[in-house]
Design a protein around this ligand. Structure first.
Ligand code: PGA
Length: 252
């Protein structure tokens, strides 16, 4: 596996058109390219194209936050992987816990979305993670293995086609960060689970959940952490670029 890291901004349902353009401009102005770390921005659907225009000519990549698994047809309000590809998206977040929680996205649906992304050559960032209750009941490994097994079985992928984001649900947007030991344990578990179940594939695993400019240095230096999926802090160019800088300086 190469040493490449990924710092991915998930803007969620934030930023209207002007705000998105402004944020993208601030990031591009203060960004310096580094071949070891890929910077990816995932704006809301409506702002993907204007942000794409601002990112053109930089090495910053574009992603989406979701897709629908059918390629076209009478699915009012939905967006397909093919449409995202035509907007120059290279990445797509799939199975985020907010989608699982608020939009009833179950593992079977997440699996179909992964398949649709892989078919058009979009790189999925598959989010997995346990709730606080599941962790307290000692279910963390069961939950992760079930999420991975159900969504990835039957898919055709190699190690460069897919990224996993470990996002403990209790750490997302709460200011609570998993400890280094907890992150290490979960990432090591995911890494060996995928290696053993899916043809010795060594997949990249990002951490997500209240990562910010202050805690990112420590997190990005944990073994098996190949970067971060950043929500809140990605809305502030200085904070986001500090996290990016910490990824460049990290040792793994
Ligand atoms: P957060 O969100 O950084 O605001 O916790 C992370 C995510 O949901 O991807």
């Amino acid at each position: 596996m190469n040493n490449k890291k990924y710092i991915i901004a998930n803007w969620k349902m934030n930023c209207d058109l002007d705000e998105s353009k402004q944020l993208a401009k601030m990031i591009t102005r203060n960004y310096f390219s580094d071949s070891n770390v890929e910077l990816v921005i995932c704006p809301p659907f409506t702002n993907i194209y204007p942000v794409h225009q601002i990112l053109t000519g930089t090495d910053i990549k574009l992603g989406a936050q979701n897709l629908y698994y059918e390629s076209e047809g009478a699915y009012t309000g939905e967006i397909s992987s093919k449409m995202l590809k035509s907007l120059s998206c290279e990445y797509v977040i799939i199975g985020h816990s907010e989608r699982r929680q608020y939009f009833n996205e179950e593992n079977l649906i997440v699996g179909k979305k992964l398949k649709s992304a892989l078919e058009v050559g979009l790189k999925p960032i598959l989010c997995v993670g346990e709730t606080r209750e599941e962790r307290e009941n000692g279910q963390m490994k069961n939950v992760l293995s079930n999420q991975l097994q159900t969504t990835l079985t039957g898919l055709n992928f190699s190690e460069d086609d897919l990224i996993i984001a470990y996002e403990p649900v209790w750490a997302i947007g709460t200011g609570l960060v998993a400890s280094s030991d907890q992150i290490d344990e979960s990432h090591s578990f995911i890494s060996s689970f995928i290696f053993n179940q899916f043809n010795n594939i060594e997949v990249k695993i990002l951490y997500g959940g209240s990562m910010n400019e202050s805690n990112s240095e420590e997190i990005l230096n944990i073994n098996n952490v190949s970067g971060g999926l950043i929500g809140g802090a990605s809305l502030y160019p200085e904070k986001f670029l500090k996290i990016y800088k910490n990824a460049i300086n990290s040792k793994f």
